[in-house]
Design a protein around this ligand. Sequence first.
Ligand code: ARG
Length: 223
Amino acid sequence: KFYQNFIKDDHWKYIADGLKVTLQVTFFAVIIGIVLGFLVAIIRSTYDKTGKLKILNVICKVYLTVIRGTPVVVQLLIIYFGIFASVDISKVLVAIMAFGLNSGAYVAEIFRSGIMSIDNGQFEAGRSLGFNYVQTMIHIIMPQAFKNVLPALGNEFIVLLKETSVSGYIALQDLTKGGDIIRSRTYDAMFPLVAVALVYLVMVMIFTKLVNILERRLRNSDH
Ligand code: ARG
């Protein structure tokens, strides 16, 4: 009977529309996170290796500490109700900014550990080939570092996808909120929420598979 209502009363639309929002937020937040994380990692490693970019390095450190030291839900609430309190801005955009800003901090540390995982001899090899610092980074360090961080990066994407489920705190109708609205309208909690859980699970499983395939390809290109 519940299933019939699910179809007849268009309840599934809350799931479908919510899924669209969840995918949108995750996709753009991941892009922001990677760009931001990359920049921060470069600044931090450049400071570590050469002692340059001192002030930028301090700014990056503050960013990493604050973002990783506070819950992402609180950051989301501060951005929506605090920073954009008197601005008419789309909730999707706020969520993208909040999760992108948040992810950037975690991605930065992933990239940085990837760069640090490359033996310093590789760096010296680049310099002795006549490459300058930037060329060495781009042609020798980055390609190897990327391969090393790919699993961690894939994991970050999965964490972010699931983390966007707190978007309901600013009344954004994402996948989770969609399921919860159905719950409140039908007084049936189990069916809609398990349906939501399954949708997340399938997405994570598909993505995990894709990352594994990419990983294997990169590893094979080694030989
Ligand atoms: N749930 C944790 C928090 O609220 C993790 C945040 C997101 N983590 C991430 N890797 N983007 O702080």
